[in-house]
Design a protein around this ligand. Structure first.
Ligand code: HEM
Length: 483
């Protein structure tokens, strides 16, 4: 016999808690979990009795075992602004759409996108201003917009039209975030919304034109999806090019740089470049503590029980990724950033992360996201070291994506400029340790042994301290850490 979920749905409209939730989702979840003494609680949200799920085990059960008894809860708000697509479909139709879309994101498909991603990332990060602190959220958002529009529409950001299209995706996006608020306060966002609809129309025209031109591999692959109608192809391209994706990418990259940017992390930065497993663990921990999306919504279509609770038909469900990923039932000391947990207690718990959803409606773009993130991070690690500007106040906000509320300022230093060579961790066959500072010189970006030796040779000729191959100039490693 399953129990009623603790909490109250209150009266229609009067008892609605949407405003309180949108104002501060983290405070909201703490308050109601505390009041009900439960990680699964009931409240009225978007004027519907809604079960908020912050228990890691219950999120898993709901998303994997009961997916067919719920529909995705986004159609009511976003259908008009996006047009029909997989996010608004359910049942067998959604399954078949997903099967088609997955072909765009297979390992083999992603390999064909790699050179485009690399080209854009290298160009964008080739010349970071190392003279002054940079606001990293904006930096990464711009980079991610260029990657996404370059990849999905074949745009070239040396052409002015690309910026116009990027601006359209942002105007379109503003319509998306205005909708739940507009539901709460009718007409509040009318002009934002109509501008967004106008942007949608223009974007669809552009997408249509890019498809005719067929100038790059992603669009060609999309044309190969015979099972999708013309309209469906266009609407999915509109979904992929939405500003939501760059925002989420930027959110993750920002969290990554913050976590690896404290003064004591410089050695970690150099290790990350060569230790794929460590990079993987750090990324898992970034995704666990700072998921870009606070959670996801469903509407129950058929009664079921999960975690011992009743989920009645007609109720909304909000799975709270942020909360579930900090559930101490799965993650010991859950608020601590500890990448090593992924080799010890949580070695087999990747399925306990929900930042890309879980179960049959999991994100189809997850592997592409991972490729983009790693390409950006490797490029950063190869070219720069970074350090957070001291004494920054970094309160975070969760909506629409998780990110620090204020600018996050980070000082980048060119690895080349600083050390006239790249620093790396021990173990590389090409890494002669500097007898003075014990650091290691790694291959040049081209990676050839000759290139490294030439580089070292040049420095010796230029009169660097005898025996020191990394131009540390005799300064001790301790002093050199304050990057
Ligand atoms: C950092 C970037 C991204 C994050 C954090 C993310 C996260 C998510 C999440 C949490 C879901 C599940 C929503 C739910 O359960 O209600 C989802 C679904 C989806 N994602 Fe992503 N996503 C990202 C990037 C992408 C990209 C690049 C694409 C494709 C180009 C993509 C395509 C999709 C699609 C089509 C779905 C819907 C699947 C369905 O309805 O069955 N996502 N994503």
């Amino acid at each position: 016999m399953s129990a009623k979920v603790p909490g109250s749905a209150g009266l229609p409209l009067l008892g609605d808690r949407s405003y309180e939730f949108y104002k501060d989702p983290i405070k909201f979840q703490h308050k109601y979990m505390e009041n009900t003494k439960s990680r699964v609680f009931l409240a009225r949200f978007l004027n519907k009795p809604t079960i908020f799920v912050g228990s890691n085990h219950v999120v898993h059960e709901v998303l994997t075992e009961h997916s067919n008894k719920m529909e995705l809860g986004y159609k009511q708000f976003w259908f008009e602004i996006f047009g029909d697509n997989v996010l608004f479909s359910d049942g067998e139709f959604a399954d078949s759409l997903r099967e088609s879309l997955k072909q765009l994101f297979t390992e083999e498909a992603i390999e064909t996108y790699q050179s485009t991603i690399e080209r854009i990332v290298k160009k964008s990060l080739s010349n970071l201003d190392t003279g002054q602190p940079l606001c990293i959220y904006n930096l990464f958002k711009r980079l991610a917009i260029e990657v996404c529009l370059g990849l999905f529409l074949g745009l070239d950001f040396s052409q002015p039209e690309a910026d116009v299209i990027a601006d359209l995706t942002i105007t379109h996006w503003h319509g998306i975030i205005s909708v739940p608020l507009a539901v709460k306060v009718p007409l509040m966002s009318e002009s934002t919304y109509s501008k967004a609809m106008d942007a949608k129309r223009k974007l669809l025209e552009i997408i249509h034109q890019r498809r005719i031109d067929k100038r790059h591999e992603f669009v060609e692959r999309v044309e190969g999806l015979g099972s999708l109608t013309e309209e469906s192809v266009n609407n999915h391209l509109l979904l992929f090019t939405s500003a939501l994706v760059p925002k989420a990418l930027s959110s993750i990259l920002t969290s990554f740089v913050i976590e690896t940017g404290s003064p004591d992390q410089v050695d970690t930065q150099s290790s990350l470049l060569h230790d794929e497993a460590l990079l993987e663990r750090v990324l898992l921990e970034v995704l666990r503590l700072y998921p870009p999306f606070f959670g996801g919504r469903r509407v129950v279509t058929e009664d079921f029980s999960a975690g011992g609770f009743r989920f009645p038909a007609g109720h909304g469900v909000l799975y709270m990724t942020y909360t579930a990923q900090r559930d101490r039932a799965v993650f010991e000391d859950p608020d601590t950033f500890n990448p090593d947990r992924w080799t010890h207690k949580n070695a087999n718990d990747r399925e306990r992360l929900y930042c890309f959803g879980m179960g049959p409606r999991k994100c189809v773009g997850q592997n592409l996201v991972s490729t983009i993130l790693k390409t950006v991070i490797r490029e950063l690690l190869e070219k720069y070291t970074w350090e957070m500007v001291a004494d920054q106040d970094l309160p975070c906000k969760c909506l629409p994506v998780y990110r620090p509320r204020n600018q996050v300022l980070v000082k980048f230093k060119s690895s080349m400029g600083q050390d006239s060579g790249y620093l790396t961790s021990p173990g590389s066959p090409l890494s002669p340790a500097c007898p003075n500072c014990k650091k290691f010189v790694m291959p040049s970006p081209q990676g050839s042994k000759e290139a490294v030796e030439n580089e070292i040779g040049v420095r010796r000729e230029n009169g660097t301290i005898p025996g020191c191959t990394c131009s540390c100039e005799g300064v001790s490693p301790m002093k050199r850490t304050s990057h």
